[in-house]
Design a binder for this molecule. Structure first.
Ligand SMILES: Cc1cc2nc3c(=O)[nH]c(=O)nc-3n(C[C@H](O)[C@H](O)[C@H](O)COP(=O)(O)O)c2cc1C
Length: 212
């Protein structure tokens, strides 16, 4: 392996102030559409950073499942490690790494549980076995063997054989209300374009160019 020699010059696109929509949600929507149209693998996958009460950070991938002016929604287990972090510290950072487009977007803000009604709507749209999986796994807990998990899955599958699988109390969505967005476009010679949108007290967004 020669990691030091792996080097790529980013030269396919640029990002100017004039390209940016005044509204970061519209700008994000535009870049997400392009990521989807480019057929990137899992364009809605994002890294979610949380920190516990002592400031210790943790990072994992989750899927963005809804997005509008209120924020960015992902679904998870409400008893997981990330949920324990969010209960004491709702501040998060999100990162979309759209590398074939030589782009990344990061968002910071606060995460809040969405309503059970909204979680239910999404839960009902999931494949049956994913619904069962939400019942079978105590996310982030230690387990000695995979077979215990499979037994639990089979148990839940039998339990909910008939009718609709109910929404578990321990499962649902969080909505991240953004406070900043940063749009990053790779450029030659590491002279990349970066623009940060910062939410102002009056609800408007300040746009600033950052050095790469
Ligand atoms: C591509 C990808 C998508 C994922 N999507 C989700 C998701 O939407 N929700 C979720 O809870 N975990 C998802 N995971 C698993 C998480 O990365 C993580 O392992 C899990 O949520 C437990 O995290 P925690 O122990 O930090 O709470 C995904 C993993 C990958 C690689």
């Amino acid at each position: 392996m020669h990691l030091e020699e792996l080097r790529r010059n980013y030269a396919t696109r640029s990002l100017d102030r004039d390209d940016l929509n005044a509204d970061p949600f519209t700008q994000f929507d535009r870049w997400m559409r392009e990521a989807i149209e480019t057929q990137l693998l899992e364009p809605n996958a994002m890294s979610l950073a949380t920190a516990d009460a002592t400031g210790r950070p943790a990072l994992r991938t989750v899927l963005l499942k809804a997005f509008d002016r209120r924020g960015l929604v992902f679904y998870t287990n409400y008893e997981s490690a990330k949920a324990r972090d969010l209960a004491v510290n709702p501040r998060v950072a999100l990162l979309f790494a759209w590398l074939p487009l030589e782009r990344q977007v990061n968002v910071t803000g606060r995460a809040e549980k969405i309503s059970a009604a909204e979680s239910l709507r999404y839960f009902l749209s999931r494949p049956h076995d994913s619904q069962i999986g939400a019942w079978a796994s105590r996310q982030s807990e230690v387990i000695t063997t995979r077979s215990l998990l499979e037994t639990k899955f089979a148990e839940m599958k039998a339990k909910f054989m008939q009718g609709q699988v109910p929404l578990p109390d321990h499962w649902g969505g969080y909505r991240v209300t953004p406070e900043t967005f940063e749009f990053w476009q790779g450029r030659p010679s590491r002279m990349h374009d970066r623009f940060r949108y910062k939410l102002q007290p009056d609800g408007s967004w300040l746009i600033e160019r950052l050095m790469p």
